[in-house]
Design a protein around this ligand. Structure first.
Ligand code: SF4
Ligand code: SF4
Length: 341
């Protein structure tokens, strides 16, 4: 069993965390079953957010009668004002049916909140800690600059950031900086939004970083069973898995859409987070789901692009999103016309 201690928080959990975003898409009963099964099998860190609709409610249903100091829950607020902060925190606690959060994180803010910056947000975190409503203060981000500022500020106990074997050298430097600053590093998108389809390779890669805790987004029992098996038998970085990583890096090098959705909504109604990576999805996941009439309709929506540039300006990976959409549409049309893929 591999354990991770999240920096100075002292939170020590198995190196398989539960990302509770996807449980929004399943019923209460299914979610309760998954969450309890995870916990019964050694997965005890659950990450949710106020923005994940009923995810906190489902965690509350699963654990209201068993919350204790061995189950950890982290949530997030995207509030931009102190009023919003307190409303979010109180709602999260009520939904979770818990008196406190082990970790409360600013959810992907465009700037790094600091005391005295005029927003009043960091002061709210301090006050919430003082009141015993949160135990530790963290931040999540998709922007390298904000994440670096958070590490350098010394104000945060954890950073949640996308990290997988497809990450860049700059991301790796960030992971190192966190370790030096004794900050916990929570890795989101360790499967790169579905583009990595070998979870053993993803796990084995991250096992090289003892301070990194991956939170796996789980929606199906089959997926959960895979991660539960890693609790007892953590995959080692064998030559076979190293080869998988090398091949994936070659195939996915350069500019590709991670599906994060931060560029949305699109005024032309384009489902950018899926359409901008369709060529990869078709080739790396079951293709039938990408070729349905519904999906074809969504892809053709790309032709209605207004070239307003809003998506491009918001993409944390600096992608030329409209151009990427066009390339994906061209490829998609060729596939529909019979091109082998
Ligand atoms: S450039 Fe096109 S895809 Fe991007 S936000 Fe504008 S309309 Fe949508
Ligand atoms: S284009 Fe950029 S912002 Fe939009 S979904 Fe892809 S990676 Fe995310």
């Amino acid at each position: 069993m591999e354990q991770v201690t999240l920096g100075k928080t002292g939170i020590c959990v198995n190196k398989n965390g539960f990302g509770a975003l996807p449980i929004q898409r399943i019923s209460d009963e299914e979610a309760v079953l998954l969450l309890r099964k995870a916990c019964d099998n050694g997965i005890t860190f659950f990450d949710t957010a106020r923005a994940y609709t009923d995810s906190e409610h489902k965690l509350g249903l699963a654990f209201h009668d068993r919350w204790d100091d061995t189950i950890y829950v982290s949530s997030k607020t995207a509030a931009g004002t102190p009023e919003g902060f307190w409303k979010d925190l109180e709602t999260s606690l009520a939904q979770l049916q818990r008196d406190y959060l082990d970790l409360y994180q600013f959810h992907n803010p465009a700037f790094c909140p600091k005391p005295g910056d005029g927003s009043g947000l960091y002061e709210c975190m301090l006050e919430a800690k003082k009141q015993g409503k949160i135990r530790h203060i963290g931040i999540t981000n998709h922007r390298l600059a904000v994440a670096e500022e958070a590490v350098e500020s010394g104000l945060y106990e954890t950073l949640q950031f996308p990290f997988s074997y497809l990450s860049s050298d700059k991301d790796l430097e960030l992971v190192d900086k966190c370790e030096k600053a004794k900050m916990g590093f929570i890795a989101m998108k360790a499967l790169s939004g579905g583009l990595i389809n070998n979870s053993a390779a993803a796990y084995a890669y991250l096992s090289q970083f003892p301070h990194v805790l991956p939170i796996w987004g789980v929606q199906r029992e089959k997926e959960l069973d895979e991660f539960i098996s890693y609790v007892q038998n953590p995959p080692a970085l064998t030559q076979e898995l190293k080869n998988v990583i090398t091949d994936d890096r070659q195939e996915l090098q350069g500019e590709f859409c991670r599906g994060c959705g931060y560029c949305m909504p699109c005024p032309a109604g384009i489902e950018i987070n899926n359409c901008a990576r369709m060529s990869l999805l078709i080739r790396r996941s079951p293709s039938e789901a990408q070729l349905t009439s519904e999906m074809q309709e969504k892809m053709m929506q790309i032709e209605k692009c207004l070239h307003c540039g809003k998506c491009k300006s918001k993409c944390p990976y600096n992608l030329d999103t409209p151009a990427l959409l066009e390339r994906n549409l061209k490829d998609y049309k060729e596939i529909l016309a019979g091109k082998a893929y």
